[in-house]
Design a protein around this ligand. Structure first.
Ligand code: ADP
Ligand code: ADP
Length: 237
């Protein structure tokens, strides 16, 4: 498949600490690429360079190129807030907005962007169906998002990302705070989403990467040490 993201010679720092080191990697379109490696090896920092969240941390900087469909996301003309409509992100800890209802959480991305939604009810239903949450919550859309179980909250956060129709979804350990059943739900969802989206999944769980990814990138001490198709990695002796 065509590359959706082309990362070249990407370096990232926290002050003098060089935590992402000269990474060059193409992320294929409409596939799941897993970023795997031990804790502290730079996976999350790398992911945050892709949607320019990294630069918001005090002392943080990045160097190199990240091309999204051939557009350099670090070009001065790029507005990082608008970039995030194209590149959405889901975090380890489910983080619905605590004061918002289930419904308003799904619409939150549009509210923050100030974009107009023609049929909000339909959008909410469609996104909640996509994450297999609709039947569970359709009778209580006005209840707080945080009233849901943590697995449901994570699916709500996925629905919030889907509502703005990004092309790329970055997932930073999306199930590591969840129980095994909720984890299975998230993995199923990831497999469904790759038909329409390009997914980059940070995980320290090799079994999870083996189950859901099409490509695997192994990080070690900030370096990319191997990148290949998941089936190739698991069939080679
Ligand atoms: P991983 O996701 O692989 O666990 P991270 O990208 O979170 O790794 O971290 C890479 C390195 O950067 C680690 O040494 C970590 O301690 C350091 N680091 C992460 N976040 C910060 C921060 N906000 N300030 C300073 N150092 C950080
Ligand atoms: P909108 O943000 O309303 O979709 P545009 O398509 O004009 O409008 O997007 C412009 C902004 O989208 C840029 O400032 C940039 O932040 C972001 N962007 C980044 N990569 C791309 C891309 N591959 N295609 C389109 N827009 C991109």
């Amino acid at each position: 498949p065509e590359p959706k993201l082309q990362i070249s010679h990407l370096d990232a720092y926290f002050n003098d600490r060089h935590v992402v080191r000269d990474i060059t990697l193409s992320v294929p379109q409409r596939r799941v690429t897993a970023i795997i490696g031990p804790s502290g090896c730079g996976k999350s920092t790398f992911l945050r360079c892709l949607n320019r969240m990294h630069e918001h941390v005090p002392g943080a900087r990045a160097r190199g190129a990240v091309m999204l469909d051939g557009v350099d996301v670090y070009h001065p003309s790029i507005n990082p807030a608008r970039l995030r409509r194209h590149v959405g992100m889901v975090f380890q800890k489910p983080n619905p907005f605590p004061t918002m209802s289930i419904r308003d959480n799904v619409l939150a991305g549009h509210r923050l962007n100030g974009t107009h939604v023609d049929a909000p009810g339909e959008l909410v239903e469609r996104c909640l169906r996509q994450v297999a949450l609709w039947d569970e919550v359709k009778d209580r859309l006005g209840r707080p998002g945080v009233s849901l179980s943590s697995g449901q909250q994570q699916r709500l956060c996925m629905a919030r990302v889907l509502a703005v129709e990004p092309e790329v979804i970055l997932l930073d350990e999306p199930s590591s705070a969840l129980d095994p059943i909720a984890t299975a739900h998230i993995e199923e969802l990831i497999e469904e989403l790759k038909e329409r989206y390009t997914l980059v999944l940070v995980t320290h769980n090799l079994q999870q990467a083996a189950r859901v990814s099409d490509y695997m990138a192994f990080f070690y001490l900030g370096n990319l040490v191997e990148f290949d198709r998941t089936d190739v990695i698991f069939t080679n002796p």
